[in-house]
Design a protein. Structure first.
Lengths: 466, 483
């Protein structure tokens, strides 16, 4: 067990001798650290909102400050819940999520000011309310799921739920198409929701459970070829199903990013479970082949590739659905330079949808490369904390689930930020915690709750074997 | 599983490394290229949203940036825009600036090299950069007097200070209101601009420095100066005095204005010819001097070259290779001789300044936002064009012209005004171009003035310089001398 904190092992050693009552009085060092970091994060968030107001309005408006303060209250409530139900949970996850969420709200608010949106039309107000809802749900998850292995029992239910959620937008009357992608559902005029965001959690649970159950047949048997053991034809079933699902998302929902996200998640979890690189190569071959065919046959996929490779070409720039938005985002990032214009002082509103897909460009413009690096470092730290569960965990299901959920965050960052900065073709995905969007917030906060639960289990029950 | 986990961790690290790399490339290495892209509206908006420095005349702002609540952050406002439009120009949100807004854009927007340290310090302190202010040499009294005197004529009045080259007034009519071109609505700017381009009289042209007209008789000053400087002629040198004169190798006939001979007698002196503004003796003199001598003198005054004040001044023209007939015609400012009002003002100012031409200049000082001078423009002598004697002789001849010659309408009681009128033909049936150029007081010249009236001043071919242009000069000189 690498670098297990000394405190917790001391606590465990002390526990059998002094009994349970004694343990309640032990100082919760992890939680105290978390509290300190949370205060820091909330302070930064408050500062960001105030700076936005000073930069863009030239005065302080207390409405959003109060709204933000109530959100901070909710986060502290979650912290208190953790003190009771997951006292050994990782102390970095909650502050990082809080900080990213808060910076996102500040930037969305800044764009609201530029677009002169207020009240319920203000994306920042909605984002704050969604954040509240998401954190409340995360607390509920922490309270309901006291042991992550419960989820193992619901492997196939999770799989069914995940696929259903993914396909929900295709149901006539329920699905909504937003900027070309049919990944939304709505009820009448009721707020729209992206069920695919929640699906990624369900699918991660399903993949973890399924792979733990079937890893032997997937990894042990098969023919060796080019020094690698390739699976039997009949074991190809699951990967083909997931591949077909991803392809149908590309074709029917026209959402390259979501397909890439799910397939990438599946491949990584498959690799972790089986240790077979052949699976990864096979899967990547399948996906790239499918994407290549899609890029030739589907106009929107082809356009994404052209925009990516030839963004600054005037013809591509001026074309309908061309690289205008991408290039505007690049202009914004370039304007930010090394240290940025300062919050409220740039012009992120010149880029289309600066508060969702392009929020990283907006942040890059006002916080500069320094700010972008800090945000990327926060993500990396968050992902690393999740991976710790994988390294330190004792049960394979927990390990797979923890790594899977963290990897989803990493991959999503890569897909959307990489798209904005032209590492890969741009595909529509939300930047976790930062971008405006309720479904994404709810999903990511549930992931936070699950990671907290997993990390607590890892520290509390190190010797249990599934 | 931990072996695989390590590998996946490496993949995640690589993914983030790629993002760190890509953001660095965009935000640092490509940043300058992206900022320079002409589709980058941020760069454009930034150039408008710095607090641009003011343009001042007599210490009062004639162009300044007022804070407003929109994308551009500042609204450029021109006070008394019609009056000062030829000086300030305008800065539109969707195109290139003109006038001083263009000529000193770097200073006004705070991006000139002289302001480099201000830029760095504003980067560190987080304060918005500010542009420098420009104090012009324009005298609001002279400018207003020139504007009033020119009335509804299409034309220009330029007043300079002969001893320093400072431009005190620069009026061009018809004018336009630069405020209408500085609004933050591109469509409205385009409409206004198109309307102005097609408007009669082409208001967007700064006639003082950018319109070329045949100078007519005011060019005789250059020819007489060339004659005196050659050493072969004095004001008393004589030429035959016929009533008509046939151009060499041509059947075309030159007559004096008003017909008849130039005064009485068989011969006429240069002094008389200049005083009465006769064409035939000038044609004879021009032919005798030759085009090379005239061109050399014209170029010493500044013809055939562009210069900046710092506004760009169109080059006045003396033809490169005229034949004898054209040389004769050029001697009284016809054929393809062309001059800007500022160029003619320079001729007068040089004579006024004892033959030394001072570089014309519209700007006194450039002031940093803290009012410390960034750049001060001292008077610069361009060249000695004429000997002091020639200048004195010319002055006396010009004084005679006003006192009892062809420029009599510029006469001011109690002040010796030196001057020369011009009435230039354009096409056979086109209205005349009317001129006056001169200075006062003759003994100690304070003001050099040139008046240009295009389009015959509304009188077609019946108006003449002394009738329309000389009274305007008189009115302006009275205003500035009595202030």
């Amino acid at each position: 067990m690498p670098r297990q904190s000394k405190t917790t092992s001391d606590a465990r050693e002390a526990a059998p001798q002094t009994g349970k009552i004694r343990r309640l009085h032990l100082p919760q060092k992890l939680r105290n650290l978390e509290l300190f970091l949370l205060i820091l994060a909330c302070g930064i968030n408050l500062g960001a909102v105030v700076l936005v107001q000073l930069g863009a309005l030239g005065q302080i408006d207390t409405t959003l400050v109060l709204l933000g303060a109530s959100l901070s209250g909710l986060v502290f409530a979650m912290h208190i819940v953790l003190r009771f139900v997951a006292r050994e949970a990782d102390p970095f996850i909650l502050p990082i999520a809080t900080l990213l969420n808060g910076i996102g709200i500040a930037m969305i608010y800044r764009i609201d000011i530029a677009n002169e949106e207020a009240g319920w039309a203000s994306a920042a107000v909605r984002q704050t309310v969604w954040s509240g809802l998401a954190i409340a749900l995360a607390i509920a998850v922490l309270l309901i799921i006291r042991n992550h292995r419960v989820l193992f029992r619901y492997t196939y239910v999770a799989g069914f739920v995940g696929v259903s959620l993914l396909l929900l937008p295709l149901v006539p009357g329920l699905g909504r198409e937003v900027s070309g992608a049919r990944v939304w559902i709505g009820f009448g005029s009721f707020a729209t929701f992206q069920p695919g965001e929640i699906a990624k959690i369900a699918l991660a649970v399903f993949f973890a459970g399924y792979l733990v159950r079937n890893r032997d047949s997937l990894s042990m048997v098969g023919k060796k070829f080019l020094g690698m053991r390739f699976p039997r034809l009949r074991d190809l079933g699951p990967i083909l199903v997931v591949w077909a699902l991803s392809m149908s998302v590309i074709i029917f929902q026209r959402d390259l990013g979501t397909a890439l996200l799910y397939f990438g998640l599946f491949l990584v979890m498959l690799y972790l479970a089986t240790g077979r690189l052949s699976w990864v190569l096979l899967g990547m071959g399948l996906f790239l082949g499918g994407a290549l065919i899609a890029s030739q046959t589907l106009e929107y996929v082809n356009g994404r590739f052209t925009n990516w490779l030839d963004a600054l070409n005037p013809a591509v720039y001026d074309a309908a659905g061309g690289s205008y938005q991408l290039v505007q985002g690049l202009f914004g990032l370039a304007k930010g330079g090394l240290i940025g214009t300062g919050l409220g002082q740039g012009r992120p509103e010149l880029t289309p949808v600066p508060q969702s897909d392009y929020i990283i460009a907006s942040l890059g413009e006002e916080l500069g490369l320094a700010g972008v690096f800090a945000i990327l470092a926060l993500y990396l730290l968050l992902v690393a904390r999740g991976f710790r569960i994988g390294f330190a965990g004792q049960d394979d299901f927990g390990k797979l689930l923890g790594v899977g959920l963290s990897f989803v965050i990493a991959l999503q960052c890569f897909i959307v930020i990489g798209g904005v900065t032209r590492v890969i073709p741009l595909t529509g995905l939300t930047t976790p915690f930062l971008a405006a969007g309720g479904s994404s917030l709810v999903a990511n906060w549930i992931i936070v709750a699950l990671l907290l639960r997993l990390s607590d289990t890892v520290r509390n029950q190190p010797r249990l074997v599934v | 599983m931990n072996r695989e986990l390590k590998r996946v961790s490496i993949v995640v690290m690589l993914m983030f490394a790629a993002l760190l790399g890509s953001t660095s490339v965009v935000q640092v290495f490509q940043a300058d290229n992206l900022a320079a892209d002409d589709r980058n509206t941020r760069t454009l908006l930034d150039s408008y949203s710095v607090e641009r420095g003011a343009i001042l005349a007599g210490g009062e702002p004639i162009a300044q940036s007022m804070p407003v609540d929109d994308n551009y952050k500042f609204q450029r406002t021109y006070s008394n825009g019609l009056l000062y439009a030829p000086i300030t120009g305008f800065i539109p949100v969707n195109g290139a600036p003109t006038g001083l807004e263009q000529a000193l854009n770097g200073e006004l927007s705070g991006t000139s090299n002289a302001q480099f340290f201000d830029q760095v310090s504003s980067l560190v302190t987080g304060q918005d950069p500010k542009g420098a202010s420009v104090e012009t040499s324009i005298d609001p009294v002279a400018q207003q007097a020139a504007w009033d005197a020119l009335g509804d004529n299409t034309g220009s009045v330029v007043v300079t200070e002969p001893k320093t080259g400072r431009v005190l007034a620069m009026v061009s009519k018809p004018s336009y209101d630069p405020n209408t071109l500085a609004v933050h609505d591109s469509a409205a700017v385009n409409d206004t601009y198109d309307a102005l381009v097609n408007a009669p009289g082409n208001p967007l042209i700064n006639r003082a420095i950018n319109s070329l007209n045949p100078p007519g008789s005011v060019f005789k000053l250059v020819v007489v100066a060339a004659a005196l400087e050659s050493g072969q002629y004095t004001p008393e040198s004589t030429f035959p005095n016929p009533a008509t004169w046939t151009l060499p190798n041509s059947s075309s006939v030159v007559i004096n204005s008003g017909g008849g001979t130039c005064g009485s007698g068989d011969t006429v002196t240069i002094a008389t010819a200049l005083k009465l503004s006769c064409n035939i003796p000038m044609a004879e003199l021009g032919l005798a001097l030759g085009d090379d001598a005239i061109r050399a003198m014209a170029e010493k005054f500044g013809f055939n070259s562009e210069f900046t004040i710092p506004l760009s001044v169109t080059a006045s023209e003396y033809p490169e290779d005229p034949d004898d007939a054209q040389t004769a015609l050029s001697a009284f400012g016809q054929t393809s001789v062309r001059a800007t009002p500022l160029q003619m003002a320079l001729v007068s100012a040089t004579i006024a300044n004892g033959g030394i031409e001072m570089q014309p200049n519209l700007v006194d000082e450039i002031l940093a936002p803290d009012l410390s001078p960034l750049q001060t423009f001292e008077p610069v002598a361009a060249d000695r064009v004429l000997s002091a004697e020639t200048a004195a002789t010319m002055t006396q001849m010009m004084v005679n012209g006003v006192q009892d010659g062809a420029a009599s309408n510029a006469r001011i009681d109690g002040v010796d005004v030196a001057g020369k009128t011009g009435t230039a033909e354009n096409g056979a049936d086109d209205p005349y171009t009317l001129w006056f150029t001169g200075f006062a007081p003759a003994a100690d010249p304070q003001y050099a003035i040139t008046v240009l009236i295009e389009d015959g001043g509304g009188l077609g071919q019946t108006g003449y310089g002394n009738l329309l242009a000389a009274p305007i000069a008189k009115q302006v000189l009275e205003a500035v001398l009595n202030k």
